[in-house]
Design a protein around this ligand. Sequence first.
Ligand code: SF4
Ligand code: FES
Length: 364
Amino acid sequence: MDNPFGLLAELTYRCPLACPYCSNPLNLADYRDELTGEEWRRVLTEARDLGVLQLHLSGGEPLLRRDLADIIATAHGLGLYTNLITSAMGLSRTRAEKLKAAGLDHVQISIQADNTALSDKIAGTPSFQRKIDAAKVVKELGWPLTLNVVLHRMNIDRIGEIIMLADDLGADRIELANTQYYGWGLTNRTALLPSRDQLARAEPVVRAHRERLAGRMEVIYIIPDYYSEYPKPCMDGWAKRQFTVTPNGDALPCPAAHTLPLPRANVRDDSLEAIWTSSRVFNEFRGTDWMPEPCRSCFRRDIDFGGCRCQAFLLTGDASRTDPVCVLSPDHEIVAKKVAAANRPRRPASPGTGEEVLVPRPHR
Ligand code: SF4
Ligand code: FES
């Protein structure tokens, strides 16, 4: 069994935005009993003792935790590399200076598009200008800046303009990741899944900008796995190198594992070491022994680990099946039908119309 390397600390699911692709759980109300600062101190200490080196502070919106600077100072004191994953709502210069003084190492800001009208429409609230202002503060205070953009049918045609905005802001890295269909993203999948033509248009644009920006800005582009031949190596393998702690203290091998019918493990009940080594949720899909055919005898079993357990469960009702994204999966038809629907000739002209309803994630 490997030691974990990274911890995703989801400090709160409260959020000022209402993005329709949010991967947070649908039952947000079940997570209101948030870990206290003292509990996070214990979790971070145990995580460091287990071997964790990188801490990703996420949510919801982690800036809504008033004790965020204290949590960062604790992590910094433990020698962890800290990365703040934020919408930047609430990242004023004063707040940013406090986080800098606490030892925060890196900031990742999400933007929804390259312009106010579209970005605010997707975010469900006026936010674009505040994100731009915050990104400038991040650079002025000397942090490395990553911009993160979740791509989907509504913004993928703006991919060139989005990269140019990141360049103007002096971003060191941009992550252009197509929506993953969990949580609210799965609810809104019909409206969010881009067409094959959109992907074909985006690809050369990304390639050209990547060449232009080589050595200045790293451009990461991830296509929707629904259009891939084989699935992604989700989490680099179940309970292998990373784990998540949710706002109420549930420890999970990945952020979506709360959907699986497995007994919960919670840091309020057990030590992280006991959870990592012995809990059922962490051991259920560790390694390759659990694999069914076709994965069991497949040449890619040590490359993609059979894909994503959560996606397998959400699409088939059985988390131990081959990820239906895989062309070799007996359930691949489920994904193929969704792709066909996203490419039908009479698809509504814009998302949110016709049968392509968009359900916004609640703010809290
Ligand atoms: Fe990966 Fe399983 Fe598909 Fe092989 S059959 S490519 S191991 S998901
Ligand atoms: Fe849970 Fe992929 S998101 S295994």
